[in-house]
Write a protein of this length. Structure first.
Length: 159
């Protein structure tokens, strides 16, 4: 796994979006879609607080890219995200043909933190991206951002 300074900058933006989500009363997740030329094409944050649990930023990126990018542009793009894609988002990513995924923290890390804090597990199994979509190149977790993401998750639960 090679994480460049460019990767770290885009991941930092994803974590910033996660913080924005948390500050707005939502779950702290954020994602950024970057094209092959290094241009940010779309970004979003979690928007599940109103009851639609599918409003994950990775799913929104998949939907947006399916409507705005060619298959070749999608395949050459990278999605940066504060937390590893859930199975729903990993499947959407694969179905629309997006390229590389880089995530700051893994589902396993998040699960361990929740267990440590006595928080019940999510209703969906935290499968690794590579189990759901084995053909997608994936890099992560990125240790430099783990403490910051952990703190966002801790704040999410008022701990």
């Amino acid at each position: 796994m090679t994480i460049s300074d460019v990767d770290l900058a885009h991941l930092a933006r994803a974590v910033e979006l996660a913080r924005e989500a948390l500050d707005d009363g939502d779950e702290p997740y954020g994602s950024v879609l970057v094209d092959a030329a290094g241009q940010v094409r779309f970004e979003d944050r979690n928007r599940v607080k109103d009851g639609d649990e599918t409003r994950h930023p990775e799913l929104e990126i998949a939907r947006w890219s399916a409507n705005h990018l060619t298959p070749a542009e999608r395949a050459a793009s990278t999605v940066y995200t504060s937390g590893e894609h859930c199975p729903m988002c990993a499947a959407a990513h694969a179905w629309v043909g997006l390229g590389r995924i880089v995530y700051a923290t893994s589902s396993a890390q998040t699960g361990a933190w929740l267990a440590e804090w006595g928080i019940p597990a999510a209703p969906v199994a935290p499968l690794p991206i590579t189990t759901v979509a084995p053909g997608i190149p994936v890099d992560g977790p990125v240790p430099e951002l783990a403490d910051e993401v952990r703190e966002l998750q801790r704040r999410r639960f008022g701990l």
